[in-house]
Design a protein around this ligand. Structure first.
Ligand code: FAD
Length: 382
């Protein structure tokens, strides 16, 4: 009788319960690994905003069993349309089957739905979730890591994973010296009513700002955005609202203009600078590793950030438990070697797109081509 493959970890501490840490915790728990998940927030559930999930993100979600629940609420589609600022169609790009032939190319979703589903499934899978908690010290003893938590307790684990986002604390604590940097553009985002004719993500180029666009995220809702230069906080105000976005978004027609005009003056609007980070030296030190946005975060211009995060999580869980590797020390460099070329390609292409959107007269600038190329390259499994 053949024995089941031996995981190289029995117990793992995950810092951060966003998409990366949530999917990783779930994937590990489903493979019989004990997981402690700590997060600074008081609840893992989410609020508001929309997100565009490409097929490879959906494939990762399906592998941990949360796709069906998400699909009940999200809005699937399989193409991307580019328009001029006044609404005329420039091109329609079919989204390739990045998650395989039986998943939609793309799905719009409410971020809060992903967070809520992950939070419930993580608990149901037996993950030990500690909220309002962070780590204060890491003692790597070679055969294990002893982590001190902010509640004064210690955890002895086989692996520490920092999935604590672009401003990762774990990154600095394990001696990785990298900080996010502004890309040179800011994004306005809001959730609005979905007009019936909106059937996929659309991007409007050539208007007074860098770009406008939207994604349908449910039967009833869409997520609209506007990209422009980095604005000073004093200009934006502490609570940007529909009135401000209506003013900033003048000069766009078509459905985007209709969505803008439909916004209530006091609609909830978010504005933030876009940042990126790429840790190109090893993501690991001893028995600790950073993954997801903590290691690589791209500007959201190809809508691949969360997909790269979810892929990281699924691939790491698989490599730690498949029995193909003899030790944690063997898995961590092999994991980075497998993931880095893919995340770097997405990051570099997203940064090129950002540059072209800021400088649209750049010779050879062709956003549709680079988006298409990137998505086609991602049909290759993670
Ligand atoms: C404006 C914008 C739009 C985007 N749109 C898309 C899109 O359409 N499609 C897409 O695929 N991607 C998109 N992305 C990217 C995507 O949102 C991120 O890549 C992804 O959410 C990152 O997930 P994460 O879990 O790695 O980090 P985070 O979501 O940042 O989660 C980190 C978690 O760690 C916790 N934490 C932080 N510090 C600590 C600490 N010291 N101790 C304990 N816990 C801690 C936080 O509370 C949080 O729960 C977008 C990003 C931005 C900025």
């Amino acid at each position: 009788m053949s024995e089941s493959p031996a995981p190289v970890v029995d117990r793992v501490l995950v810092v951060g319960g966003g998409i990366t840490g949530g999917v990783l915790s779930l994937a590990l728990a489903q493979r019989g690994v004990e997981v402690v998940l700590v997060d600074l927030r008081a609840s893992l559930g989410g609020v508001g905003h929309g997100i565009t999930l490409q097929g490879n993100a959906l494939k990762a979600f399906r592998s941990v069993g949360i796709y069906d629940r998400l699909a009940e609420r999200g809005y699937p589609f399989s193409h991307l349309r580019l328009r001029t600022a006044d609404g005329h169609v420039i091109a329609e790009i079919p989204t390739p089957p990045m998650g395989g032939p039986d998943l939609p190319g793309t799905m719009g979703a409410v971020r809060g739905d992903i967070a809520d589903i992950l939070a419930e499934e993580v608990v149901a899978a037996g993950v030990d979730v500690r909220l309002g908690t962070t780590l204060t010290a890491i003692d790597d003893r070679g055969g294990s890591v002893v982590v001190t938590l902010s509640d004064g307790t210690t955890e002895t684990v086989d692996l520490l994973v920092g999935a604590d986002g672009i401003r990762s604390k774990v990154r600095g604590m394990i001696g990785i010296d990298a900080e996010p940097r502004p890309v040179g553009m800011g994004i306005w985002r809001t959730v609005a009513k979905r007009p019936p004719e909106m059937d996929c993500s659309e991007l409007y180029y050539g208007g007074p700002k860098y770009k406008a666009g939207y994604t349908p995220i449910s039967e009833d809702l869409c997520y609209a955005f506007l990209l422009e230069e980095n604005l000073d906080r004093s200009f934006v105000g502490e609570g940007p609202n529909g009135a401000v976005l209506k003013e900033r978004g003048q000069g766009y027609g078509g459905t985007w203009g209709d969505v803008r005009d439909s916004l209530a003056e006091d609609a909830v609007v978010n504005y933030q600078w876009i940042e990126s980070i790429c840790v190109d030296s090893p993501w690991h030190r001893g028995r600790s590793i950073i993954i997801g946005d903590a290691a690589h975060a791209c500007p959201p211009l190809i809508a691949q950030g969360a997909a790269m995060c979810a892929e990281d999580a699924v691939v790491l869980a698989e490599m730690l438990t498949s029995g193909e590797h003899a030790s944690v020390e063997e898995v961590l460099p092999a994991f980075m070697a497998r993931r880095f070329p893919r995340v770097k390609m997405v990051l570099d292409n997203s940064l090129t797109l950002a540059d072209w959107e800021i400088h649209p007269d750049t010779p050879g600038a062709d956003p549709g081509r680079i988006m298409g190329q990137t998505l086609h390259a991602l049909v290759e499994p993670a």
